[in-house]
Design a protein. Structure first.
Length: 320
């Protein structure tokens, strides 16, 4: 195998990566032409795009290339899930330094494949360019299957707020890695590869979810988007949140508050949704709060135990 991506060349790199990527039955024309052609049985396509920039969203000394591939796919697939849709296809753009080991790029493709293949999601194309840092840009497509999209704007007073998936785990892993440690492995792996509750988005839509989003920047911050879009107030019951044992152990060792990680930590990509109060939710959905009409003095619209949260509500890519 060539040592670096420059040894492979642009089209050699594209060909080597493409060989590792899945193509499902919904792909009418796959990689190799100017564009791919993907079936859209619903006549509508759900689309989302996300970027991972080296040393901002991942570090090569913290995460293997396959981890980055998993994460790049997962965070985009979660956005499709959050609309109540089924993910169908991805395109991937890769910016790479000339001296990036060719094996790293191919392992990235393996991570993409491993995340997508069990879902029947196809990686149908993309691009590679030269850049100073590794940049992975993913666009994901999804199918609503005849249903209406579940947006952030439908929450109603009287609804309950529920979460499906883990919260705070990725932030615990980030805190561990930031201090130069590699254990506990369970939280470090949560930072490297988010565990998306696949299928929960379509499930929520069928159950009558009134609004939904994925938790990528922190529970309070992302619920704040729902509150703002819906014009409501959301209150979180901290006693209903799952603060798992590994989070408590890490927080105790680091002198931190694990509840803060659950409330404001990002990158777990759990799903948060609002439902009418009479809906019987499956066990994997945990009711954590309620929706009420918003008053004039309710600030950003999200409270914890009836009070404004004293601290940063989540991640802001452009914060100082």
């Amino acid at each position: 195998m060539p040592d670096s991506v420059s040894d492979l060349g642009e089209f050699g790199l594209i060909g080597a990566m493409t060989e590792r990527l899945p193509q499902g039955p919904g792909v009418l024309l796959g990689p190799g032409d100017d564009s791919a052609v993907v079936a859209a049985p619903d006549s509508r396509v759900v689309v989302t795009t996300d970027l991972l920039v080296e040393n901002r969203h991942f570090r090569r000394d913290w995460s293997a290339a396959a981890d980055v591939g998993h994460k790049a796919a997962a965070q985009n697939l979660a956005d499709i899930e959050a609309m109540g849709a089924r993910p169908t296809a991805l395109t991937v753009g890769l910016g790479t330094p000339l001296d990036l080991p060719a094996s790293w790029a191919l392992e990235l493709a393996e991570g993409l494949r491993e995340e997508c293949a069990p879902l029947g999601v196809s990686v149908v194309g993309g691009d590679v360019v030269r850049s100073d840092l590794v940049i992975v840009a993913v666009t994901a497509l999804g199918d609503l299957g005849g249903a209406e999209p579940v947006t952030r704007a439908g929450a109603q007073p009287g609804d309950v707020v529920a979460v499906c998936g883990r919260l705070g785990w990725a932030e615990a892993g980030h805190q561990v890695l930031s201090r130069g440690f590699r254990t506990p492995r369970v939280v470090v792996e949560a930072h490297r590869r988010p565990q998306i509750p696949y299928g929960a988005g379509v499930e929520a839509s069928r159950l009558g979810a009134t609004s939904m989003c994925d938790v990528s920047d922190g529970l309070l911050g992302d619920l704040g988007h729902i509150a703002a879009a819906s014009g409501v107030r959301i209150d979180i019951d901290p006693a209903a949140l799952d603060v798992a044992g590994p989070l408590r152990e890490v927080a105790s060792a680091l002198g931190a508050d694990p509840l803060a990680w659950v409330l404001t930590g990002g990158d777990d990509n759990a799903l948060a949704a609002t439902f009418p109060p009479d809906v019987e939710l499956p066990e994997r959905w945990n009711v954590i709060g309620s929706v009420a009409a918003k008053g004039d003095g309710d600030g950003d619209g999200v409270t914890v135990a009836g009070e404004p949260y004293d601290g940063n509500a989540g991640h802001d890519h452009f914060a100082g």
